[in-house]
Design a protein around this ligand. Structure first.
Ligand code: G3I
Length: 378
């Protein structure tokens, strides 16, 4: 009985000592994302109108706490901001810019010219025919000048031309290209620079790790530079998956772009956790490509299994490690959304799936994978 009492007292004492030592050893405080990458690159987030308007209060508190840069997920796209030739809709874009200013964030405009989500009036005359090269140039100039001038000195940088090159390196056969040929790209840069000479100007595209696309952009950057046009950086969208892109290809792309003398950014980072629905495995981020829902393509409705999560974690860290390795040339890493339930990848390329592509989960918790950066000095 006496022996038992002694043993019990020793256990209590040992527990008390452990507790005291745990309390007296300073624990590393967990940094926010923007603190973790401070001095290396900006930490960005694409935000939707519920967030910029203040309706999504929980999301907003996380955006303000963890990010120092924002980009408009949708509200600055042509169909939203310039739905008719003589009509601009500013409310959402104004609110987005005010949100960034209120919270001292670097504000990025997305996007001035994009073949997708362009308002239907842009390329056609009143009879429905394609407009002439001169008319399209005038429309492009008006569109870019009006938008960039409105936010002059407030928006730090613009995705001037989005997704102009195909994966094999040929020009996308958009109306911009059909009517103006390659000239539409330098022309857009000229207009944007004239409207705000201090704004940073970018190209932006997906599938950048593919060699054909990489080479085409290296050539295009060179052509813009030869013409003396202003270009600061190129946006690698970085819509990635569990087995693409190959990280060596991605690193080669980063090196090739840095080699042109401009900076690089991951502008729309997310990692699709679900099975690839493209038959040839050639997943991209072309919003126009869509498939019918299939149950077997939606396997993780109740959460990701541990082995898949491990792969997902290593993919995320692979991207951040690359950005850190080249941080002297990396301006920004921007997540394409805050938390999993808000991602476009729940509905693309197949609607109604449960995806896990972002850094915050469905309960607004930062995923443990980021502790590699938030808990340590690197
Ligand atoms: O706001 C309307 C809503 O009123 C309507 O009821 C609903 C019905 O479909 O549509 C809502 O608009 C949707 C919008 O997202 C806002 O949720 C559009 O249909 C839908 O097409 C739109 O998708 C966006 C897509 O671009 C096309 O603009 C995604 O949110 C957005 O994440 C995605 O972002 C693109 C980048 O701009 C460029 N790179 C690829 C990236 C992913 O596709």
């Amino acid at each position: 009985m006496r022996k038992q009492r002694f043993t019990f007292q020793y256990i209590i004492l040992a527990a008390a000592l452990l507790l005291t030592s745990a309390c007296s050893t300073p624990q590393p405080a967990e940094k926010t994302l923007k603190e973790a990458f401070d001095g290396k690159f900006l930490m960005g987030c694409a935000i939707n109108v519920d967030q910029s308007s203040g309706r999504d209060v929980v999301a907003d508190s996380l955006i303000v706490r963890h990010f120092n840069s924002i980009v408009a997920e949708n509200c600055m796209k042509c169909e939203k901001i310039h739905p008719l030739e003589n009509e601009y809709f500013w409310d959402d874009a104004d609110q987005f810019v005010q949100f960034g200013e209120k919270n001292n964030m670097v504000i990025i405009g997305h996007c001035l010219l994009w073949h997708s989500q362009c308002a239907p009036w842009f390329f056609h005359d009143e009879k429905g025919n394609l407009v002439s090269a001169d008319v399209l140039k005038q429309r492009i100039r008006d569109h870019i000048t009006t938008i960039v001038t409105r936010y002059k000195g407030r928006v730090r940088g613009w995705d001037v031309v989005n997704e102009a090159i195909m994966d094999d390196g040929t020009y996308r056969d958009s109306y911009f290209y059909q009517i103006l040929g390659e000239e539409f790209i330098p022309f857009a840069f000229e207009c944007a620079h004239a409207a705000d000479p201090d704004a940073e100007l970018y190209l932006n595209d997906y599938s950048m790790a593919k060699p054909g696309k990489r080479e085409a952009y290296v050539k295009l950057i060179g052509q813009l530079q030869e013409k003396g046009l202003h270009i600061d950086a190129i946006g690698i969208q970085a819509h990635a998956g569990m087995d693409y892109p190959d990280m060596n290809d991605m690193e080669q792309t980063i090196q090739a772009y840095i080699g042109t003398g401009i900076d690089v950014m991951f502008t729309e980072l997310d990692i699709n956790a679900l099975p690839n629905v493209f038959e040839n495995g050639n997943e991209n981020a072309a919003v126009e490509e869509r498939f019918e829902y299939e149950q077997r393509m939606n396997p993780y409705v109740n959460g990701m299994p541990a082995d898949s999560l491990q792969v997902w974690n290593s993919r995320v860290q692979g991207m951040f490690d690359l950005a850190l390795k080249y941080h002297e040339h990396f301006r920004r890493v921007c997540m394409w959304g805050l938390c999993d339930q808000q991602s476009w990848l729940n509905d693309w390329p197949m609607p109604g799936r449960t995806n896990y592509p972002l850094l915050f989960d469905r309960n607004y918790r930062l995923k443990p994978v980021m502790q590699k950066y938030t808990m340590t000095a690197h």
